[in-house]
Design a protein around this ligand. Structure first.
Ligand code: CA
Length: 302
């Protein structure tokens, strides 16, 4: 099995990064990850001014996947996520869904007890998830703190064990990187952080040739979710709707008017997060009505 140590981190998604490891389609890879604060917070007395902000949002990788080329889809099957026992959450004035309110910076350590996280004496069931997962964009450099069609800091609580993620490939080898595990997070990630934790992610990678999605797509047990984004929630909701309607047109050979009606009956829009540089909205479509092939768009002549 391939293992990428947590010493191999990047702070951006970019075609310029040299691969930390190579894998063939079908291979299993373990990514050792550091928490989103770069493992710098060990005590509740840590002041935010003392943090080295260049060490924030590390992602482990990138992994070069043989055979993946621009126009393909990288399939990432999340087989397992294991984490350390202690997580950290923080509030930072000026950030989060209530960024305009007056409040103080605060750091809180949270302990895991078996399947629960303790917040004071409140027990919260853990559901470990991946905050940052993505591939290289076609050119330039996207910081690991941001998101886009390449994935990135999406902070989607559904990116967890048993989920399959479809990412569009823009460069040879795809260059997959993963980081920013959360022991638990609600939809929205309201205060700007979740239960930030270091750990390990085990994935199986695969490649679909000649087609790719416009946005990252999740496959869950009973549905697909198209992970759209935008400068505002309105823009993200528009794009998620547009993409769901296009997929339904292809799935059922419908014209726009009927696909738009069908979307109104069966598609659920949900908020992914509201606190990152771009906002995230997902369109969920039950598998009963659609197949992944209807969501991936042909990019090459056969
Ligand atoms: Ca994050």
């Amino acid at each position: 099995m391939i293992r990428i140590p947590r010493s191999k981190v990047v702070y951006s998604f970019s075609p310029k990064h040299s691969p930390a490891a190579y894998a063939k389609p079908g291979e299993v890879v373990v990514f050792e990850t550091i928490d989103a604060l770069g493992g710098q917070i060990k005590s509740e007395n840590t002041s935010l001014e003392s943090l080295d902000w260049t060490k924030v949002n590390p992602a482990t990788g990138p992994l070069y996947v043989e055979g993946a080329e621009a126009g393909d889809t990288l399939v990432v099957d999340i087989l397992d996520i294991s984490t350390e026992e202690q997580a950290v959450i923080l509030v930072v004035p000026g950030y989060g869904a209530l960024h305009d309110k007056k409040f103080n910076p605060k750091v809180k350590l949270l302990q895991r007890r078996r399947d629960y996280l303790l917040f004071n004496n409140i027990e919260i069931p853990v559901k470990p998830m991946i905050g940052v997962i993505g591939v290289a964009p076609p050119e330039g450099e996207v910081p690991t703190g941001s998101l886009g069609a390449h994935g990135g800091n999406m902070d989607v609580a559904l990116i967890t064990r048993g989920t399959k993620l479809y990412l569009p490939v823009f460069v040879k080898g795809a260059l997959l990187a993963i980081g920013d595990l959360h022991l638990v997070q609600g939809d929205g990630e309201l205060c700007v952080s979740a239960a930030e934790v270091s750990g390990e992610v085990m994935v199986r990678v695969d490649v679909v040739k000649g087609k790719r999605p416009r946005y990252p797509v999740l496959e869950l047990e009973d549905r697909y979710a198209i992970l759209a984004f935008g400068k505002t929630l309105d823009e993200a909701a528009y794009r998620a709707t547009e993409e769901a309607v296009e997929a339904l047109k292809r799935a059922h050979n419908l014209n726009f008017e009927e696909a738009y009606m069908l979307a109104s009956l069966i598609v659920n829009l949900r908020i992914n997060q509201v606190v990152d540089p771009l906002k995230g909205v997902r369109a969920e479509i039950p598998k009963k009505y659609i197949d992944i092939d209807n969501i991936l768009v042909e990019t090459k002549q056969s």
